[in-house]
Design a protein around this ligand. Structure first.
Ligand SMILES: [Zn+2]
Length: 306
């Protein structure tokens, strides 16, 4: 069955790139509503923005959604990952600013808030998107692909010259609380050399050493160091789950990313949906539901959240 959050939950903080404060509230929604954002600070035009791949604008550093009136919301990927990873299919997310708060740079606080409020089962059946044949996209030396699998698996590989990151590869099956235990507390990261460049472009204005892991060569500059030795690749997997959630329904398939980012994952969804022979919509029976992200999640899994 489809789900929603049992009670509303709010989060307050600044946006990573805009530096602007905002209050975000996840509210329950009825079956077949899907995930929608509502910009409560916008007057005179449509404040509703669907959490959907076809309204995502290409942006290298975050996922930005723009509705038909040009109303936008930036950095939706971490809250989308939290919803997907806890198995929430329907919600109205109100926000009074242009960017989702970065909080601690991970999805941990969103997950904690959602799990604390609980999940409500709705009366309508759930459907999923089954990948039927491989779909592949490439940009420079970065690649992303989806291929057939009976459940969502994410395989990610990154390769940085900075020794503090270096080469990292990880594969995870997304069912049974995996996202909460393994991925949700991994923070966004950047290289010290990129910070000045981003600031000059008016980006990362809300970034701090606490809400982003900053590395310089073989050094982790953020106080306290890393939460996991491979925290960067785990964060890339978190981003991938959030960006794939813009498909509008759970995906049954293997996602592989090599040096991929938000733009490439969005290009992948566009390639998937451009080919009607590459996927089909399937009803989720009990066996299918048992393999979805969020299924099998236990409140004790939260102990792993920093
Ligand atoms: Zn991220």
């Amino acid at each position: 069955m489809q789900t929603t959050i049992r009670h509303s939950v709010s989060f307050t903080g600044v946006g990573l790139h805009s530096g602007q404060p905002a209050r975000l509230t996840i509210r329950p929604a009825s079956a077949d509503h899907g995930i929608w954002f509502c910009r409560t600070d916008v007057i005179g035009c449509d404040p509703l923005i669907p959490a959907r791949w076809d309204v995502a604008e290409h942006s290298p550093l975050c996922t930005k959604l723009v509705n038909k009136d040009g109303v936008s919301l930036s950095t939706v990927e971490h809250v989308m990952a939290a919803l997907a990873g806890t198995g929430i299919h329907n919600a109205l997310i109100e926000i009074d600013g242009p960017e989702v708060p970065i909080l601690d740079g991970s999805a941990a606080q969103f997950v904690r808030g959602i799990v604390k409020q609980g999940v409500r089962l709705l009366a309508e059946p759930l459907y999923a998107i089954e990948v039927l044949k491989p779909v592949f996209v490439q940009k420079g030396d970065a690649t992303a692909s989806l291929s057939p699998a009976d459940s969502l698996r994410i395989d990610f590989e990154i390769d940085f010259v900075d020794a503090a990151i270096g080469h990292q590869q990880k594969t995870l099956h997304m069912a049974n609380g995996t996202f909460v235990r393994e991925l949700c507390d991994s923070r966004t990261f950047c290289r010290a050399s990129d910070v000045e460049m981003m600031r000059e472009k008016g980006l990362a204005l809300g970034g701090t050493m606490e809400n982003a892991v900053v590395v310089d060569g073989d050094e982790v500059l953020s106080p306290g160091g890393l939460r996991h030795t491979d925290e960067p690749v785990r964060h890339k997997m978190l981003d991938a789950l959030g960006d794939l959630a813009l498909a509008g329904a759970p995906i049954l398939g293997l996602y592989r990313g090599y040096k991929a980012g938000h733009t490439l994952t969005n290009m992948l969804l566009r390639a998937l949906f451009a080919d009607p022979t590459a996927y089909r919509i399937v009803d989720c029976d009990a066996a299918c539901v048992a393999r979805l992200p969020g299924t099998g999640l236990h409140v004790s899994d939260l102990a792993a959240v920093a």
